[in-house]
Design a protein. Structure first.
Length: 84
């Protein structure tokens, strides 16, 4: 984050899957804005469940891969954050 300290606004996204390391990474990302005021976190791990319709391909065991609807939702979250 030190490399980005002069960037006016930095948006980071949490992850959403059940890998062992993800919960720890999410906790670490959520505290970054307390140390860097130019950082905003989008909580994908919370927002992914709010996607209406079939947003994840069911054929993948990890339920990680986004369908076109999921891609649209994910992209819109980022676009909304950038434009706010």
């Amino acid at each position: 984050m030190n490399e980005l300290q002069d960037v006016p606004r930095v948006i980071v996204l949490t992850d959403d899957n059940d890998r062992q390391w993800v919960a720890s990474n999410i906790r670490q990302l959520r505290v970054v804005p307390a140390h860097y005021e130019n950082v905003e976190v989008i909580d994908w791990d919370k927002l992914a469940t709010q996607c209406r319709g079939h947003c994840l391909y069911r054929r993948h065991r990890d339920h990680l891969h986004l369908t076109p609807r999921g891609q649209q939702y994910y992209s819109q979250l980022i676009l909304d954050a950038v434009n706010s």
